[in-house]
Design a protein around this ligand. Structure first.
Ligand code: FAD
Length: 451
């Protein structure tokens, strides 16, 4: 049997993962990416000698496909993964209580830490422990879970506003990119069951020690080249044609590329614009997945203002704080990235206004910042960081296969069961590759996600 020829559109994590999985299984692969770089929603830029990521990206130990992907790119040593979850949670004034994992099995691994989590009262902590236990009993396969909001369900469990703001939001906003009140119950359940309840180490936090561009984009390009993938950057696909011979795409510069199979690994809105009718999907339904923004504030101080590598804020608009000094190449002072998820309230707000609002808030959490001079204050805003992960979105997330033979979908937004994360992106790419390879008659070297 001759080698199948697969065309992949989109060079984010989903597209890179799909292309590598196909090439590793012996397929001939073309990857077309609209931008001048790979990495998609994970990218960096250099500003006056400082490497700035478009937004801090973290993963958890349970993100096994993403970690395997980074290993495949040959840059695993550029990740930092906590040996045990240790998250300082800071309230205004600097009062800090830790969420830490003990060396005990689930569910005792977090019990001691939660019992001492003095940002909440004893009754609230007891209720949270009971609610987490109840989350563990929810059936993720039950479609009804996705029809409800996590907030409505939490209210039924008797969770009060303070617990939602100080505990549930702390974990749901960064993972699902909506408030705990608004999130789909199914996605919130996935976060807690997989992250906190399946294995003790699953919630250990990891992040990149280098700029994202180096970790994903540059390493991705090297790995693709070594795997024999024909990569074209600045190749925006404008239309897709299917025939009994396979698929053909046209690019904005007039060139065309044809293959036996096509994997569309673009964001859902771009995919909606490219989908041929034969795919059997309604482009309007895909667009209804909506978008949710993430804003990052990048603050360079003239001195160190915290010894924490990362921290979460409560009772403050400052959500998560990351020390990016070393990864950005800063030699003196300290560079903090402040991540604001579900950041609708901040998109379109002028940089000066964000600076005026946030610098005092950071200093309320990190008192040493009061005496420090701010050397730089930059803002990155991603208006469509993820789809809007509300109730009812699961049925709008298509799987890897479409009704059209030879046409497959990938992307963090497709139906992986995971929130729209790097893990979801990699899983989706591998799943689409698996389907394309299997349909082309391959039975060996298929990714584990192949359906
Ligand atoms: C600021 C920010 C912070 C985030 N934080 C986290 C985090 O902490 N942890 C986490 O796990 N996830 C996080 N995410 C989400 C994560 O980055 C994404 O879910 C993931 O990277 C999406 O990958 P993807 O390949 O599915 O899509 P994308 O990365 O969007 O890639 C799609 C690619 O398709 C290309 N494309 C689009 N149209 C065309 C076309 N017509 N022709 C050719 N190419 C096209 C695009 O240029 C893009 O490169 C964050 C996202 C953002 C923006």
């Amino acid at each position: 049997m001759s080698e199948p020829h697969v065309v992949v559109v989109g060079g984010g994590l989903a597209g890179i993962a799909a292309a590598l999985a196909c090439a590793d299984a012996g397929a001939r692969v073309n990857l077309l990416e609209a931008r001048p770089r790979l990495g998609g929603a994970t990218w960096s830029s250099q500003r006056d000698g400082l490497w700035i990521d478009n937004g801090q990206h973290v993963f958890l130990r349970c993100c096994t496909a993403y970690r395997e992907f980074v290993r495949r790119l040959g840059v695993e040593e550029k990740l930092r993964l906590q040996s045990r979850l240790a998250l300082p949670v800071i309230a205004p004034g600097g009062r800090t209580h830790w969420l830490r994992r003990a060396g005990l099995p689930v569910p005792l691994h977090l019990a001691a830490s939660l019992a001492r989590f003095a940002h909440l009262g004893a009754a609230q902590r007891m209720r949270i422990a009971r609610t987490v236990w109840r989350i563990g009993r929810l059936d993720l396969e039950d479609p009804a879970l996705d029809e409800r909001s996590f907030g409505a369900w939490l209210a039924e469990q008797g969770e009060c506003e303070a617990s939602i703001a100080r505990f549930w939001d702390l974990l749901i906003r960064p993972t699902v990119n909506v408030s705990a009140a608004d999130a789909s119950l199914a996605l919130a359940t996935k976060v807690f069951q997989t992250g906190l309840l399946e294995a003790a180490g699953n919630a250990d936090i990891g992040w990149s020690r280098v700029p994202l561009q180096e970790l994903h984009g540059d390493a991705g390009a090297r790995a693709l080249e070594q795997a024999g993938v024909a990569l074209r950057l600045r190749a925006r696909v404008t239309s897709v044609e299917l025939s009994s011979q396979g698929a053909r795409v046209a690019c904005a510069d007039g060139t065309r590329v044809a293959g036996d199979a096509l994997i569309l690994a673009a964001p859902h809105e771009a995919t909606a614009a490219l989908l041929p009718a034969a795919a059997g999907l309604n482009a309007g339904d895909l667009r209804k997945l909506g978008r949710s923004p993430i804003v990052n504030l990048h603050v360079v101080y003239d001195r160190r203002v915290t010894d924490f590598e990362l921290a979460a804020g409560i009772g403050s608009p400052v959500e998560w704080i990351f020390d990016r000094s070393a990864s950005a190449g800063l030699e003196a002072g300290q560079y903090l990235a402040i991540t604001l998820s579900a950041a609708d309230a901040y998109t379109g707000v002028r940089v000066e206004e964000l600076r005026r609002r946030f610098l005092p808030e950071i200093a309320r959490l990190l008192p040493r910042a009061r005496a420090a001079r701010v050397l730089r204050f930059l803002v990155t805003c991603e208006p469509a960081a993820t789809f809007h992960q509300l109730p009812g979105t699961r049925r709008a997330r298509p799987g890897a296969r479409t009704s059209a033979p030879g046409l497959y979908l990938a992307g963090a937004w497709t139906d992986t069961g995971w929130p729209a994360t790097m893990e979801s992106a990699v899983r989706s790419g591998r799943a689409a590759a698996g389907c394309a390879l299997r349909d082309a008659g391959r039975t060996r070297g298929l990714p584990a996600e192949a359906a």
